[in-house]
Each structure stands twice: as structure tokens, then as C-alpha cells.
Design a protein around this ligand. Structure first.
Ligand SMILES: Nc1ncnc2c1ncn2[C@@H]1O[C@H](COP(=O)(O)OP(=O)(O)OP(=O)(O)O)[C@@H](O)[C@H]1O
Length: 240
């Protein structure tokens, strides 16, 4: 299903005043495509991703998956606050997130890190072992399934995190600066991997990055400056 940000604004309190981190952003990411969000430090990329991820409630506007509103200002909830437990469930079931640092559990193997997602759903960790192995295969890591994060390279850890984000068949995949700790060639490989898996799984994917040079394979790119989309129309629809 498509991911839609509809006139999303996020204002943080900042001492006596406020900071508008995201300013009236409208963006549609069609299912099965990858949109890169670019912009300088402080332009609002992480804030935009946090609203799309339902980690933060917007001040105005809404986020939809297909026709379902998944994040919008709730009556009484403070903007910028964490959202409800419903949102946590939604995030687990419909949204996959890859953070800048892979955030794997150090004491678990690569395979167990993926299987943990089943455990969080209240299922036996091994209930979806086939899915976990299939995803490790898809990211080229089947042969290191039994290794722990400390035994893997930075690029391998990032690939495990991407596979983990796809464990629950998410409709939306959100990836924050996945290449910042990698050299150029590995950065290109990670973006290629994200765009390929996005096509294969039909997810609607946003990749936040500083690094335009890695983006040959993405379907669309949008630029943020001071929280606003630059050079895009009223409703940027991601196209190649
Ligand atoms: N929790 C917060 N409270 C107040 N202001 C914030 C908060 N988080 C971000 N900001 C401000 O919102 C603006 C956008 O920040 P954001 O981190 O989203 O930008 P960014 O493009 O992701 O930057 P970077 O590339 O450095 O991560 C900045 O002015 C930042 O200082």
C-alpha cells in the first residue's frame, strides 16, 4: 500500500519559543518504490521519519498507509509526544524501521535477532525460522546466520537490521542514514539492497540520507530545507 504524508507539520517546544522541524510536508510513496529524503543537517529528515514511523505525533496533518490514518494529532495528546500502545502494535505489524545504528542484540546470533521479532508478537521464536533464513539469504548473509553482531562487519550488521525490519512483512519500510558508517561501495550496496527488497516485497520505502552519490537505484528523491520540501509541487509523488 502507498505511504502518504498529508500536510505534516511537527513543531517542537524550544525554551520560550518553538522550532518547526517539519513544515507542511505532503509526500506519497507508492507501494514497491523507494524515495530518498535528502537535506542538510537540521533540515528535518529525522523528524519527518519519526512522524512517518509513528514514533512522534505530528502537530498537524496525518500519515496514512493506504486509506488508514496511522498517525495524526490526537485530542489532548501533546505534539511531539510518543504515541499510544496502539501505535506500538501498528509499528510492529505494518512498519519496519532500520535505524542509523543497527541496534542488534549483541548476545543473539544474526538468526536469533530476526527470530526475536516473532517472539515480540507472542509467538515461538522459531515459528518463522524459514522466513528468517529466507531473509538472511536475500541480504546475502545465510552463511553467517549463527554469528553474533560482534563477529560481523558494519555493513553485515546493517544488512541484518534490514532483514530484521522485513520479518513481519511490513507495508512501510523506513531507513535512517543506513550508509553513514560505511564506505562508498558498501553504501551503494546497502541502497541497492533496500531498493531491490522494496520492489520484491511491495513495501513503500523512505531512505533518509546525506549521501546522494549512493542513490542511483532509488525511484525518487526529495530535498528538505528548514523542514520544507524544496522543488516539489504541492504533493510530491515519488517518481523516478
Ligand atoms: N527533540 C527536539 N526538541 C527541539 N528541537 C528539536 C528536537 N529534535 C530536533 N529538533 C530541531 O528540529 C530541526 C530538525 O532536526 P532533525 O534532527 O529532524 O534534522 P535532520 O535533517 O535529521 O538533521 P541530521 O542530519 O543532523 O540528523 C532542527 O532545528 C533541530 O534542532
Amino acid at each position: 500500500m502507498d505511504l502518504t504524508l498529508d500536510h505534516v507539520t511537527l513543531v517542537y517546544p524550544d525554551g520560550e519559543s518553538t522550532v518547526t522541524a517539519v513544515d507542511d510536508v505532503s509526500l506519497t510513496v507508492p507501494a514497491g518504490t523507494t524515495t530518498a529524503v535528502l537535506g542538510p543537517s537540521g533540515s528535518g529528515k529525522s523528524s519527518l521519519l519519526a512522524v512517518a514511523a509513528t514514533l512522534t505525533t505530528p502537530t498537524a496533518g496525518q500519515v496514512r498507509i493506504g486509506d488508514d490514518v496511522v498517525n495524526a494529532p490526537a485530542g489532548g495528546a501533546a505534539a511531539g509526544s510518543a504515541v499510544s500502545s496502539d501505535a506500538a502494535r501498528l509499528r510492529r505489524d505494518r512498519i519496519g524501521i532500520v535505524f542509523q545504528q543497527p541496534q542488534l542484540i549483541a548476545s543473539l546470533t544474526a538468526l536469533e535477532n530476526l527470530e526475536l521479532m516473532s517472539h515480540l508478537r507472542g509467538e515461538r521464536p522459531s515459528a518463522h525460522r524459514d522466513r528468517a533464513l529466507e531473509l538472511l539469504d536475500a541480504v546475502g548473509l545465510r552463511d553467517v546466520a549463527a554469528k553474533r553482531p560482534g563477529q560481523l562487519s558494519g555493513g553485515q550488521r546493517q544488512r541484518v537490521a534490514i532483514a530484521r525490519a522485513l520479518m513481519n512483512h511490513p507495508e512501510v519500510l523506513l531507513v535512517d542514514e543506513p550508509t553513514s558508517a560505511l564506505d562508498h561501495a558498501r553504501g551503494v550496496q546497502i541502497i541497492e539492497l533496500v531498493t531491490r527488497l522494496t520492489r520484491e516485497t511491495g513495501a513503500a520505502t523512505i531512505v533518509v540520507t546525506h549521501d546522494e552519490a549512493t542513490l542511483d537505484t532509488v525511484d525518487a528523491r526529495v530535498h528538505l530545507a528548514d523542514g520544507r520540501l524544496v522543488g516539489a509541487g504541492e504533493a510530491a509523488v515519488a517518481r523516478a
